[in-house]
Design a protein around this ligand. Sequence first.
Ligand code: FAD
Ligand code: NAP
Length: 348
Amino acid sequence: MKELGKVSLRAFNTFGCEAHARHIVQLEGMEDLVQLEGAAFDANSDLVLGGGSNILFAKDVPGTAYLVRLKGREVVEEQRDSVLVDAAAGESWHELVLWSLQQGWSGLENLSLIPGLAGAAPMQNIGAYGVELSDLLDSVLVRDWRSGEQRRISHHDCEFAYRDSRFKSRDAHRFLILSCRLRLERAFRPVTGYSGLREELAGMGVKKPRPSDVSEAVVRMRERKLPNPVHIGNAGSFFKNPQLPLENAWRLAEKFPGLPVHQVGTGDAKVSAAWMIEHCGWKGHRRGDAAVSGQHALVLVNHGTASGPEILDLARDVARSVEQTFGIALQAEPFIFGSSLYPEDSTA
Ligand code: FAD
Ligand code: NAP
């Protein structure tokens, strides 16, 4: 365990917003957990941080920021058709994806190039191009801050939903996620239903894709379409795509021709938050250094010195105008430390 004292968190969040923690503790090995015994975790003042790619600091961290840097990947079970792999919470997500493909296992290819660390992946059930972590996750190993005990939580008990899980909702801040157990397949069943992905593969001249082709296509699209946090601060999509009963979604699409609607399961549909934000005129809108990306309307960006509260103010104005126009209350996707998108309603 490394104690870093009072350090700026600017380098530890991809928005690049300035914030300070009173104390930073870096967890580097399972033996460090012993030293956490008796440590209380108060969600108002303490924070667990992975790669900082899904967080906005609305205020300083008055307590301790725990940086999760636990490393290790291990095959825990081999079967004829699949393998079970444990990935420690501090493993880079994208490196884990590439490593799994090199081993000849498939399943993670559509989730290539998502920033951040493995331990945060179950938080919002990361997803992209038609695949979600919940499609592959067997279980997670956690440490309960309340009791100090470690336990394994099964896939079913993670209560995964669209960009959501028990760790983000019912049991927010209760667990430190230590590792993820994934079931990866030896045989490849491509998921190429997203039209952009099919087109990219076709453009690459690939007719019968291998997992590495899908990964490469995803990487190419992401590099082209998304602002890179190395160059411009952002946390990916700032808003979730709202899910509504199918009937309501079609009614909305009748009123707003062109609004993309994607059916989810039998009775629900997802409508495009990016389209609604663009329709309200926000795409590319800049206020000081806080802006709605001109490249992707779902992404809020920091052009340099925007503070967390400045980005949050902009997000609130975007959400307000979408609600006035479409009657839909957008939900924030990143964790907002010290506030929320709708401060009067802590559940939004
Ligand atoms: P952090 O930002 O460090 O933490 C996020 C939340 O998880 C916080 O609440 C934190 O307290 C908690 N947390 C982190 N680690 C742990 C742990 N070990 N135990 C308990 N709690 C923990 N997301 C997608 O789903 N799909 C995408 O396609 C996608 N694309 C993105 C593209 C860009 C350019 C960016 C910047 C972000 C994107 N994201 C995407 C969002 C983000 O990368 C993911 O949500 C990622 O899983 C966050 O990982 P992290 O380690 O950076 O988490
Ligand atoms: P896109 O492919 O241009 O699609 C736009 C939106 O339509 C996406 O939000 C996607 O929903 C939805 N969509 C498209 N095809 C669909 C289909 N066949 N079935 C169901 N829904 C469909 O999106 P993009 O912005 O370039 O992003 C590509 C993928 O990366 C998406 O899956 C997106 O979620 C993911 N991504 C996530 C983040 C993040 O921070 N969370 C950031 C960048 C990209 P979904 O978003 O529900 O998939």
